[in-house]
Design a protein. Structure first.
Length: 350
């Protein structure tokens, strides 16, 4: 049985569905626990607007700055997210995720309430906001262009999933997945397969204290500013991994140790879209309502089919992007419920 230190994942991650009103709009979460988020990923579901990511390290409200997973743009001033609240958030009459009558989603992760500290354990001094319970840190740093440079991430074990974006210039998003290892990087805004080159991670895996960087501008251009969203896998709450497609109607089953609330999958050995499901937009199986991290289009329904079950997810589509013959795919998932709580209580299926 899979035991966990997080019996209620809604204290660390929640999905909010809401309809825009074109004005002041306060959204309250509906999970078992209150959640004051430190990172929110917004996407308009019913129309074509960019993905927007905000975090409390870079600022919200009047000092808010957005990043866009579907392009290479540097961060931009954006006051659409007025505030993060004790259990939700408030939006203003601006931005591409509060238009009147449009449906939207906001995926929310808790970190440390916006409180940061200086981390000088690496050759690059970083500023970290850390939630060791949920294995999540928000790290900002300035690159130095040196191969083998390191920054401290603040977590208690090595990150298994990292998303890095240059804040001050136009570079692709750079993604690390521990199952791909330190020899490859994927790119959140592209369909390209994973690329093998020492310029990304200097062929060095993250440690319990440090992330290593090569010389590529996506992660370490001299004098450029960056943010890194770092996650480590927590039993019963989060997991990073890879799986292989079989091109069959009886697709692969991916064991996570929990009932997923959010799943992202990307084919890595050739081109493929970054596909995202969540249990709120599809509360019953089959789950086929998908948003794409690298594209600003409205959500797609009925094609990329999976089942979300009590201890993982199962691929139901015969499709090259999630189940091609010999396809190698990475995934990241967060829990709605652990398969078994620390008290030995099992979760139910959908």
């Amino acid at each position: 049985m899979a035991y966990t230190t997080i019996n209620d994942p809604s204290a660390q991650f929640q999905t909010a569905l809401y309809t825009g009103n074109g004005g002041a709009n306060t959204i309250t979460n509906d999970g078992n626990s209150n959640l004051q988020a430190d990172m929110i990923w917004f996407k308009e579901r019913s129309s074509t607007s960019s993905h927007h990511i905000f975090d409390t390290s870079r600022g919200v409200g009047g000092s808010g700055k957005a990043l866009y997973t579907n392009n290479t743009d540097a961060e931009a001033a954006d006051t659409a997210l007025t505030s993060v609240n004790t259990d939700g958030f408030t939006l203003a009459n601006t931005g591409g995720f509060n238009e009147n009558g449009q449906t939207n989603v906001g995926w929310q992760w808790k970190c440390n309430g916006g409180t940061t500290s200086t981390n000088s354990s690496g050759t690059i001094t970083s500023t970290t906001q850390v939630n060791t319970t949920a294995g999540f840190s928000i790290v900002t740093y300035t690159g130095n262009g040196v191969n083998g440079a390191t920054f401290g991430h603040g977590l208690s074990s090595a990150p298994t999933f990292i998303m890095i974006k240059c804040l001050s210039d136009s570079y692709n998003w750079m993604v690390y997945n521990s199952s791909l290892a330190q020899t490859k990087a994927a790119f959140l805004d592209l369909t390209n397969g994973a690329d093998a080159d020492a310029v990304y991670w200097s062929n060095t895996a993250p440690t319990s204290g440090l992330v290593s960087l090569g010389t590529n501008g996506k992660g370490n251009a001299n004098t450029e500013n960056y943010v890194a969203y770092c996650f480590n896998s927590i039993p019963g709450y989060s997991i990073s991994g890879t799986f292989q497609g079989n091109e069959g109607t009886d697709g692969p089953f991916i064991f996570t140790g929990f009932k997923p609330a959010w799943i992202m999958v990307k084919r890595t050995n050739t081109t493929g879209t970054w596909l995202m499901w969540d249990s709120q937009r599809d509360p019953i199986n089959v789950s086929s309502t998908v948003l794409k991290a690298n594209i600003n289009e409205a959500e797609n329904t009925g094609y990329w089919k999976i089942d979300i079950v009590s201890n993982g997810f199962k691929i139901r589509a015969v499709d090259g992007e999630i189940n091609g013959d010999g396809a190698q795919l990475l995934y990241q998932a967060f829990a709605a419920n652990p398969f078994v709580t620390s008290d030995g209580v099992p979760t139910t299926a959908r």
